[in-house]
Design a protein. Structure first.
Length: 636
């Protein structure tokens, strides 16, 4: 109706259809993995989009447009052919939460830690053209000074990348620059001094237009585990002994493997609640204006997408996309994040993060002299006694009655309301039972009503005892490592060294968590290698369950075969589930990962002598696989 009412004839309508077709043909499609599967997306060439906008404008203006036209002309640079003032610099003001990230990704300037009010000279790569610019950090904005003749193109480019439609890297269409961004012409802005330093992006791992590095490469990260020292004990060690727990050495810590039995503790968590000592896990805090940039450099998930009070699951990758560890990141304040890591990898993770922050190890195999972003981030180990009142350790409370138990500690009406409203993966700071706690609704059991309580280690034992006191009448039980493993296996959650990393060297996609790697991020450590890894991937971790009860336990590396006896993968974990069946996880060829696929497993095959079929005699036992079935990746 709009075009016909304004007098479009068949000729004008065909011209408009041609324009639509040109835009569609000019799009570069790509597949993007989401939690629901692969989704089709596309980006468009910047110049094609801008020339199309000009043609649409001219069509509309020729037939009577019904929107304001005051933006058509200086100082707004709404179109590429807008008039510009005479020679001399024009200043653009960039505002919004994404402004610093836009400057980081689109220019050669090394903006991390640049003092407010300081000018630097750099190049901005706008759709294939390097434009000389000067940049200055303001209180709540960035000022970008450039020659007037370049201003319309640069402003149009910045607006386009803020919208997220244009192609910034033809070889990698998934990349996009963060947005949204507000851009305006700054009237009367001061001119940058010619003496300001020039930055050429030598040490940046990626920016639009970046070329491979030619500087001396940084050394690769090498980790050798230190000699085993005395077995360490958590602050809850005496409580475990008093409860009669069976204690074992786990990752250098003396931890409870069970208190009553694995099955009883598993069922208690599923039906009421389970209390877990996870205070042996590493707890770090990343602080400061560069904390987000640093964390987004070292993990594959989108830390910048977290609001205060949200958390995410992600992984540390090395430049070759090998998994260093998996981790949870919690945004607890505007510029503060908790990072929780596996106890077995705590020292390695700490060494890796600090080496990256110091710029002493290689973080990119293309630009080998580059340093990660956010080097000015402050990183603290919250289990270090030197952290004083800031120290934190983790106690987990999981299961359908866990919220009821936390509330039974006692709290203000406001904190009770906040806890009841806390969504999955949410995090809050509150006081329960007189304890200053950071509370997250997360966990390692698959339970949706589940909490992790970060408390000062000096009060951990007291909190544990109060939880035992209020939780036991509600059916809560303390839970050891055995049920912790069976719960996470039943839930399809990975354990580093089994479903991820380890001697199988399983990557994130192979572990079944490809949707947690956000490839729209322009760069993070291991991004390019991860893309190559995914392009060649032939398998993925699945859950399975044995078809009958009472069969033997399967173990890591036990072979998995299809119905014809062909080996199609290996077991990674196995444990009893809530219904008494043995449920596990296995790395299988992709064609065998469909739910309902029948498989066979040779339990403990590597620990049994091989028997040649021709040598079998009457009464001898031949090894045969035990029947199992592939389940959905996660329980419904």
């Amino acid at each position: 109706p709009w075009i016909t009412q304004r007098g479009f004839t068949e000729r004008e309508t065909e011209a408009l259809a041609d324009l639509i077709a040109e835009i569609l043909h000019g799009c570069q499609p790509y597949l993007q993995r989401t939690r629901r599967g692969m989704g089709l997306r596309a980006r468009i060439d910047f110049d094609l989009l801008e020339q199309s906008r000009l043609r649409v404008r001219d069509m509309a203006m020729a037939h009577g447009i019904d929107v304001e036209t005051t933006r058509h002309g200086y100082p707004h640079f709404y179109y590429l052919d807008d008039p510009v003032p005479g020679p001399g610099p024009v200043a653009l003001k960039l505002r919004g939460e994404a402004a610093e990230a836009v400057v980081r990704w689109t220019t050669t300037a090394e903006v991390d830690g640049l003092p407010e009010g300081t000018w630097v000279h750099a190049d901005l790569h706008a759709a294939g053209k390097a434009v000389p610019v000067a940049l200055r950090r303001g209180k709540d904005h960035w000022l970008l000074s450039l020659e007037a003749a370049e201003a319309p193109r640069v402003l149009a480019w910045l607006r386009a990348i803020s919208d997220g439609f244009v192609l910034i890297d033809p070889a990698d269409p998934q990349r996009r620059i963060p947005g949204p961004l507000a851009v305006e012409v700054a009237e009367g802005a001061e001119r940058p001094p010619k003496s300001a330093a020039r930055q050429d992006g030598t040490h940046k791992p990626w920016f639009v237009g970046a070329a491979p590095s030619v500087d001396k490469p940084l050394p690769a990260f090498r980790w050798s585990a230190p000699e085993a020292g005395p077995v360490r004990k958590t602050a809850l060690h005496a409580a475990h002994k008093a409860l009669g727990a069976k204690l074992v050495d786990f990752a250098g810590w003396e931890m409870p493997v069970w208190y009553s039995s694995v099955v009883e503790e598993h069922l208690a968590t599923r039906n009421a609640a389970g209390l877990f000592d996870v205070s042996h896990m590493g707890v770090y805090q990343a602080d400061g204006p560069q904390a987000c940039a640093f964390l987004d450099s070292v993990v594959g998930n989108d830390v910048a997408g977290l609001a205060v009070g949200e958390s995410l699951y992600t992984q540390f990758l090395d430049p070759a996309a090998h998994v260093i560890d998996d981790t949870m990141v919690y945004r607890i304040d505007q510029q503060a994040y908790l990072v929780v890591v596996n106890a077995a990898n705590d020292e390695k993770d700490w060494a890796w993060l600090n080496a990256v922050r110091a710029g002493s190890v290689r973080v990119d195999d293309v630009r080998q002299a580059a340093r990660a972003f956010g080097a000015g981030c402050e990183l603290r180990d919250l289990r270090d006694p030197n952290q004083g009142d800031a120290r934190r350790v983790d106690i987990a409370l999981q299961g359908p009655r866990s919220r009821e138990i936390v509330l039974a500690l006692g709290c203000s009406p406001a904190d009770a309301a906040r806890l009841k409203a806390l969504p999955w993966a949410g995090v809050m700071h509150a006081e329960f039972g007189g304890f200053d706690l950071i509370v997250s609704r997360t966990g390692y059991t698959g339970e949706r009503v589940a909490f992790e309580l970060f408390v000062h280690p000096d009060r951990a034992a007291e909190l544990w005892q109060q939880l035992i006191a209020v939780g036991t009448p509600l059916g809560m039980k303390p839970i050891g490592l055995g049920a912790r493993d069976s719960l996470r296996t039943e839930a399809g959650l990975p354990l580093y060294g089994h479903e991820m990393g380890g001697d199988l060297d399983l990557g994130v996609g192979q572990a079944g968590f490809a949707s947690y790697v956000k490839l729209h991020k322009p760069w993070f450590i291991g991004r390019s290698a991860y893309l190559a890894q995914e392009a060649q991937r032939t398998g993925e971790v699945v859950r399975f369950r044995f078809d009958e009860k009472g069969v033997r336990m399967a173990h890591l590396h036990d072979p998995v075969v299809d119905r014809r006896g062909k080996v199609i993968g290996v077991v990674t974990s196995c444990a009893v589930d809530a219904e008494g069946y043995l449920t596990g996880q296995a790395y299988l060829q992709l064609k065998s990962t469909v739910e309902g696929t029948p498989i066979g497993i040779f339990q403990s095959a590597a620990r049994e002598p091989e028997v040649a079929p021709a040598s079998l005699r009457l009464g001898q036992r031949a090894p045969v696989p035990t029947a199992a079935t592939v389940l959905s990746r996660f329980p419904r």
